[in-house]
Design a protein around this ligand. Structure first.
Ligand code: AMP
Length: 275
């Protein structure tokens, strides 16, 4: 596997013009969820590029940018073993040189839920992925269902700006107790880690209730009792999978989504309906 840390090196590799190219953007500290995306990409394309870039633009003030886990040596080994052809791992100044000011705002799909709690977050995500798509020029982009709103934002980005690539959403990879894998899970202390799978159980309960026609507010109240202390709920909702507009009743192509804080760590999860 080749490593590129500069745009110039990436462009030089890209001139090789593989007939089909899959791209997996990540922030590193890779786990099985990320590697599943890479394996999917590997199975469908002649070549695969992964990126590892902790994107400062998508972190708000007081968030965990400085302490976000980093393990480039470990990531390199894992990606090479998965058959990735090129790892792009630039420094922040390579992507955001002095004076950088152009950003991408995808509008309302990024305004609710995570966008409301983390102002500017999806502008940061859309800007970096927009730039990476432009540089890597893949035929297929692979993103995780785990970050459902992010995947809706990126589908919108690709459609609105007419990138010549498809977007594949890969199902969430979970620990055996149901907790969605996340680079941030390592922040959890023992008590928080023990309670964290209740986020997934709460979502399953919520989906069960709304499927049987229980009004949303009542379903939310009942299901939220499943969340275990010290979990503190940020939101539990039912949304349209494309627009991320809130739904008042379940219908097909919807997500039930939730976010909760466990100590200083925010965890997200979702279920897709039908699934
Ligand atoms: P991140 O490094 O957290 O920015 O994630 C990079 C990509 O991996 C995103 O498309 C995520 O949605 C995806 N991803 C993260 N966790 C998981 C998981 N548990 N299962 C599947 N995909 C995931």
């Amino acid at each position: 596997m080749q490593l590129a840390t500069s745009i110039e090196e990436l462009r030089a590799w890209r001139r090789g013009a593989p007939p089909t190219l899959g791209f997996v953007p990540t922030m590193g500290a890779l786990h099985e969820g990320h590697l599943d995306l890479a394996r999917f990409a590997r199975s469908q394309n002649a070549a695969v590029v992964a990126s590892v870039f902790v994107n400062p633009l998508q972190f708000g003030e007081g968030e965990d940018l400085a302490r976000y886990p980093r393990d480039l040596a470990g990531d390199r080994e894992k990606l090479a073993a998965t058959g990735v052809d090129l790892l792009f791992a630039p420094e922040a100044q390579e992507i955001y040189p002095h004076g950088f000011s152009t950003t991408i705002d995808v509008g309302s799909v990024g305004e609710g839920y995570e966008g409301a709690l983390r102002p500017g977050h999806f502008r940061g995500v859309a800007t970096v992925v927009g730039k990476l798509l432009h540089l890597v020029a893949p035929h297929r982009l692979y993103v995780g269902q785990k970050d459902a709103q992010q995947s809706a934002v990126l589908r919108k980005l690709v459609r609105d700006l007419a990138y010549d690539c498809t977007v594949t959403i890969v199902p969430t990879v979970r620990e055996t107790d149901g907790l969605a894998m996340s680079s941030r899970n390592i922040y959890l202390d023992e008590r928080e880690r023990h309670a964290a799978p209740s986020l997934h159980r709460m979502l399953r309960r919520f989906l069960e209730l709304v499927k049987t026609g229980e009004p949303l507010e009542i379903a939310r109240t009942k299901a939220s009792t499943v969340l275990e202390a010290p979990g503190a709920l940020d939101y539990l909702a039912c949304v349209d999978a494309e627009s991320f507009e809130p739904l008042q009743a379940l219908r097909s192509n919807a997500f039930v989504i939730a976010a909760a804080r466990f100590g200083r760590t925010r965890l997200l999860d979702n279920l897709w309906f039908p699934q």
